[in-house]
Design a protein around this ligand. Structure first.
Ligand code: FES
Ligand SMILES: [Fe+2]
Length: 348
């Protein structure tokens, strides 16, 4: 099912495929996509392409990647397999197979196996579904709701990584409700009292969630020297917003930084998580830039979430587990079933 959906891979600039919100031409990167090695290119015009990292000759990786050692992104005009030098264009077509000029080899039949790549919000997205709708349409209504946040141009100021012993859906579901915020996140609930009040009921996510008096952003103190993003409306300058961008991107939007969580399911009970704290480039370029005021709070809250998600995973695995009952303030978390079930049916 995940292979038929757009899934988020990470930041385009991390893969050298864009800089400052603009596509970088003639680049290639190798990414991990749902357990597969995938080559992503930006061609001479900056258009993105993606291919299985498997040579159509005898199956060598076109860009050899040893497990656990990522290939550095680099400039490229073509892709040459190291085994027998079959050479592919950045659009995946087989350009040249050495010593075959006198032989009847139809190169058009041996292009690299294609996936669908796209950019939105400064993130790289992939799907195996070549008929998938444009990513901006598939992610509706999120792009419209976060339009005043300059996601395209933000840069990673701090990266937190976690390996969590829980299914990715447990993590997504947890992100989608604040019934747990009072018991699990006492510090966060002091910063954002609405999260704890009434079991996190009636949170007006569309308008943003207010902080306690005197606080306006997600940092340990609730304030910071960094400036809010310039195009935010009045409420967004002092409130917090959050979006679960199905299936695997969680966006927490503060006035001056964004926490972007990419979930990578690696097993039924294991999810690798990258939490990038994204900042305006002019703020992160300042000599005094120090993202730890946000990073310390996020790391605390994240570890609280992952610990409880691992507890849920262990409990759900018990032979005594039965589905309970959704409280009214968990309505939003039930969404994951509304999202999942029609897709499971559609994709067989
Ligand atoms: S396996 Fe790639 S050229 Fe032979
Ligand atoms: Fe939480």
């Amino acid at each position: 099912m995940l292979r038929r959906e757009w899934t988020c891979i990470g930041r385009l600039d991390e893969f050298g495929l864009a800089a400052a919100g603009h596509a970088s031409p003639n680049r290639r990167a190798v990414v991990c996509y749902l357990g597969e090695s995938v080559i992503v290119t930006a061609d001479a015009a900056g258009a993105l392409h993606a291919f299985a990292n498997v040579c159509r000759h005898r199956g060598s990786q076109v860009v050899p990647v040893e497990p656990g050692i990522p290939a550095e992104p680099c400039s490229a005009k073509s892709l040459r397999c190291p085994y027998h030098s079959w050479t592919y264009g950045l659009d995946g077509r087989l350009l040249h197979a050495p010593h075959t000029d006198d032989i009847d080899l139809d190169t058009s039949r041996f292009g690299l196996q294609t996936l669908h790549a796209a950019a939105w919000g400064g993130f790289l997205w992939l799907t195996e579904d070549l008929e998938a709708p444009a990513v901006v349409d598939a992610l509706h209504p999120v792009p419209e709701r976060v339009r005043r946040y300059p996601l395209d141009t933000l840069v990673v100021g701090m990266r937190l990584t976690y390996s969590v012993a829980a299914n990715w859906k447990v993590i997504a579901e947890n992100y989608n409700e604040c019934y747990h915020c009072g018991p699990v996140h006492p510090e966060l609930s002091r910063l954002v009292p609405a999260f704890g009040d009434g079991g996190g009921a009636d949170l007006a996510w569309d308008d943003g969630i207010p902080h306690r008096d005197g606080a306006w952003t997600f940092t340990v103190s609730g304030t910071t020297d960094r400036a809010p993003f310039p195009d935010l409306d009045e409420a967004e300058r002092v409130r917090h917003k959050g979006e679960l961008v199905y299936p695997n991107l969680l966006l927490s939007l503060s006035a001056e930084h964004v926490a972007a969580f990419v979930l990578r399911p690696t097993a039924v009970d294991r999810t690798e998580i990258t939490c990038d704290l994204l900042f305006a480039p002019d703020e992160s370029a300042k000599p005094e830039f120090d993202p730890s005021d946000a990073g310390d709070l996020w790391d605390l809250v994240n570890r609280q979430d992952w610990a409880i998600c691992e507890s849920v995973q262990r409990g759900m695995t018990s032979r005594y587990y039965t589905q309970g009952w959704f409280a009214p303030m968990e309505d939003a978390s039930a969404d994951i079933r509304r999202w999942l079930l029609p897709r499971l049916e559609r994709h067989g």
